[in-house]
Design a protein around this ligand. Structure first.
Ligand code: NAI
Ligand code: MG
Length: 352
């Protein structure tokens, strides 16, 4: 079991350290961990946020555990040298097009939600976000027009095959849950979204057992706050998924709790190759202070065991240990508590 660990910047190294401790505590047979540089730290050491040797390490692994990238020291670099390009580069180079972001409210945390507790209690959803297309990867640029104004553009586009493969991921995920899929787009205004909706409806023919609905993204944002319990699996594009999943994180209580899996089509000897990371960033405001909540990264390691190593039992064991710690009142600053990163890691390990 070869796991490439890319801690990255800011709190990335603090939170991945705790997830690695959890993986090591499981006594997994043949577990090998190797570490590589990504992000600002990679730029400062090697001149590039995603060095060739890191990419080679990623390709040789069965799964990747990723912390976070991004650092103010790189704010004025050209876009292709910015730390964030490391995660975009890994997603596209490795064909990781399907991003799974589960959001549930842990027992005892209902009062930490941005929503009323009775609404928070109903949240149990999975956001399936497309990761390889959309406005993030389209042609982009900045120019000065004839009348002397600056103009910036980012091209939004999706091909039929890109929509079809993520639609399949969404329907398959829905089948494993309560068989309800809500596709989110902006088909009333965007051609990209019209294609999205048409292809999702075509794909639905192969999944007659899944109940499909559609929402425009603005309404979806409203519905997530008004009645989050109506959602099971949400299928959406790269940009809308980015925004809606941060919104969902605040309904759950803290961004420090939300894990993610990014999967492609490559199968290894153990399961599907994937990259696992918390949905949060490098949090420069609290970096280096031992304050970050490592639970999102620990839960990402659980997702890794489930999807890349087919080990549902160990995945569930980690998730139960985190749930138990939260039920016992283990709280970092993000949840109104005082415990630091390693103390939270200790608490999860004890319960494991
Ligand atoms: P952020 O997610 O890093 O932080 C947002 C807020 O949440 C901050 O107040 C932070 O202190 C808090 N927070 C985040 N994770 C936490 C945790 N585990 N425990 C406790 N509090 C936590 O988002 P922000 O500030 O917009 O971005 C900072 C940098 O991270 C930027 O350079 C951004 O581009 C990058 N970023 C990288 C991502 C990635 O590597 N996949 C994803 C999102 C942002
Ligand atoms: Mg984001």
């Amino acid at each position: 079991m070869k796991i490439a660990v890319f801690p990255g910047d800011g709190i990335g190294s603090e939170v991945t350290r705790e997830a690695v401790r959890v993986l090591e505590a499981l006594d997994l047979p043949g577990l090998t961990l190797f570490e590589g540089d990504v992000g600002a730290i990679a730029y400062h050491r090697h001149g590039h946020p995603l060095p060739q040797e890191t990419l080679a390490m990623a390709k040789a692994a069965d799964a990747i555990l990723f912390g976070a990238v991004g650092d103010p020291s790189c704010d004025n670099l050209e876009r292709h040298l910015r730390p964030e390009q490391a995660v975009l580069g890994l997603r596209s180079e490795l064909g990781l097009f399907s991003n799974l972001r589960p959001a549930t409210v842990f027992a005892g945390l209902e009062d930490m939600s941005g929503l009323r507790p009775e609404l928070a209690r109903t949240i149990d959803m999975l956001i399936v976000r497309e990761l390889n297309g959309d406005v993030y990867f389209g042609d982009k640029g900045m120019r000065t027009t004839a009348d002397g104004q600056r103009e910036g553009w980012d091209m939004m586009s999706y091909s039929e095959s890109e929509v079809r493969r993520i639609a399949n991921s969404g329907f398959q995920a829905a089948r494993k849950r309560s068989s309800r899929l809500c596709s989110v787009d902006k088909a009333n205004v965007l051609e990209t979204s019209q294609l999205w909706r048409d292809v999702v409806i075509e794909t639905a023919a192969e999944y007659p057992d899944v109940e499909l609905s559609h929402l425009y993204v603005d309404n979806a944002a409203m519905q997530l706050v008004k009645d989050p319990g109506q959602f099971d699996v949400i299928l959406t594009g790269n940009l809308f998924g980015d925004i809606l999943s941060d919104l969902a994180s605040m309904c759950v209580g803290s961004i420090g709790l939300l894990a993610s899996a990014s999967l492609g089509e490559r199968e290894t000897d153990f399961g599907t190759f994937g990259l696992y990371e918390p949905i949060h960033g490098s949090a420069p405001d609290i970096a280096g202070q031992g304050k970050a909540n490592p639970m999102a990264t620990i839960l990402s390691a659980a997702m890794m065991l489930r999807h890349s190593f087919g080990d549902e039992a160990q995945a569930a064991r980690i998730e139960a240990a985190v749930a138990m710690a939260l039920a016992d009142g283990i709280r970092g600053g993000d949840l109104g508590g005082k415990l630091g990163t390693s103390a939270i890691g200790d608490a999860v390990l004890e319960r494991l």
